[in-house]
Ligand binder design. Structure first.
Ligand SMILES: Nc1ncnc2c1ncn2[C@@H]1O[C@H](COP(=O)(O)OP(=O)(O)OP(=O)(O)O)[C@@H](O)[C@H]1O
Ligand SMILES: [Mg+2]
Length: 396
């Protein structure tokens, strides 16, 4: 049998033609090509996940239920959410690696939040997305591929896996996915975000998955791999390791950053580093949490800082009552903080210790040397100093 393989000049895609064959043979050959393609793809598309992956299998198992693998008749959109540094991107990469070969095309679009802030950022992302999904090589220009209708036409026949990582605004979803049904049946679109509301406000997301922190055993393993290059702590560091595990509260980011920072350090160095981190978080951790804070409006920022400085662990009723007298819309602001994974509440308002430390650090940085010029005072020695020296700033 003759078969022609050629490269399409317009879109650089690889095409195969079988002249003079019947439908059955065609389908048979098509299956072979898909199989070969998926084997080649299998070995080439995989992403680096984490240096020492821990606990990913169980998370993947949970997610597979949401992903409805095997249902090729429907297109599903799944949202992964959780606090910064909990491992959303890591789990999304693991999903991509484990099921990517089951799709005709796949694209992992990283850093959506960051890139869409740049000039023409969203267009760059669209071009990257289409270039990858339509398997064109080299640079891809939306204007040169035959217009949006052509793109839609070419996408709607493809079963794709698309991962949009770190989305923080609904216009990004609109610009990159629009209508999820424009992709071929059986497609899966996975979104990662810190903002749960982004997933629930439109009506496109079929199911959501909250990434939880690691349990203590997993946390010890991850920290130990980074701090000691083995899966458990060195004997003389066991007690100090326990303190770090308690401090990190299951957040992989914290375990990785601190483990790497403390690698090959003496016990004295651990002690002094730990004292420092208890006062204010490690700068890498601070910067990552600060992204969430910077995305709040002024009212939400005020509420966040009030909770960090005064109300963590207090009853919801009590916090609402006090905030309502100081802020215009405390209940709305508190709900937004919850959506953004910055607090959780049932009967009590709970903020992760490290977020609380970041909040206090933001206030401390308002005026590092002069507590009287800060917007909030919570430390008894600062309060005494300000009152004794009469250095309080009256804000209007
Ligand atoms: N299960 C895990 N095993 C090992 N390392 C992990 C795991 N989950 C996350 N990490 C590591 O923790 C760090 C933070 O993870 P990741 O970037 O996935 O968090 P994120 O939730 O996407 O954060 P952000 O909200 O800032 O995007 C990374 O260094 C990553 O390699
Ligand atoms: Mg991420």
């Amino acid at each position: 049998m003759k078969l022609y393989i050629f490269l399409c000049e317009k879109c650089d895609s690889l095409n195969v033609l079988f002249p003079c064959i019947g439908r059955n043979e065609y389908e048979f050959m098509h299956k072979i090509i898909q199989r070969v393609d998926s084997q080649i793809v299998k070995s080439t598309y995989k992403l680096d996940i984490a240096e020492y992956p821990i606990g990913l299998e169980s998370r993947l198992k949970d997610l597979n239920t949401c992903l409805g693998i095997g249902r090729n008749d429907i297109t599903l959109m799944i949202g992964i959410y959780g606090i910064g540094g909990v491992g959303k991107t890591t789990i999304a990469k693991a999903v991509f690696n484990s099921i990517g070969n089951q799709f005709e095309a796949r694209c992992f679009l990283e850093n959506v939040r960051e890139i869409s802030c740049q000039v023409n950022g969203l267009v760059k992302l669209q071009e990257r997305l289409l270039g990858t999904l339509l398997q064109t090589f080299g640079s891809f220009n939306i204007g040169c591929v035959g217009g949006t209708n052509n793109i839609k036409h070419r996408l709607c026949s493809k079963r794709i896996l698309l991962i949009l990582d770190d989305v923080n605004e609904s216009h990004q979803l609109q610009g990159l996915v629009g209508d999820k049904n424009m992709f071929g049946p059986g497609s899966r679109i996975v979104i990662t975000t810190r903002d749960q509301r982004l997933l629930t406000s439109g009506n496109q997301v079929d199911s959501t998955y909250e990434v939880q922190g690691l349990d203590d055993n997993q946390a010890i393993q991850l920290f130990s791999w980074h701090a000691f290059k083995r899966d458990r702590p060195v004997e003389s560091y066991v007690e100090l390791t326990k303190r770090i595990i308690d401090y990190a509260k299951g957040l992989p980011l914290v375990l990785v950053v601190l483990g790497s920072a403390l690698y090959d350090r003496s016990i004295q160095e651990w002690e002094s580093a730990f004292k420092k981190y208890e006062r204010s978080p490690h700068k890498d951790i601070y910067e990552i949490f600060k992204i969430s804070y910077d995305g709040l409006d002024d009212n939400e920022k005020d509420i966040f800082l009030d909770i960090a400085c005064f109300f963590n662990g207090e009853s919801v009723e009590y916090v609402m009552e006090i905030l309502d007298t100081c802020h215009f819309s405390a209940s709305l602001g508190i709900a937004r903080l919850k959506d953004k994974s910055l607090i959780s509440f049932d009967r009590y308002v709970v903020m992760h210790d490290l977020l609380q430390k970041m909040g206090k650090e933001i206030v401390r940085r308002e005026s590092p040397g002069k507590p009287g010029e800060r917007s909030r005072l919570w430390f008894h020695e600062d309060v005494r100093h300000v009152l004794e020296e009469n250095t309080v700033r009256i804000s209007h």
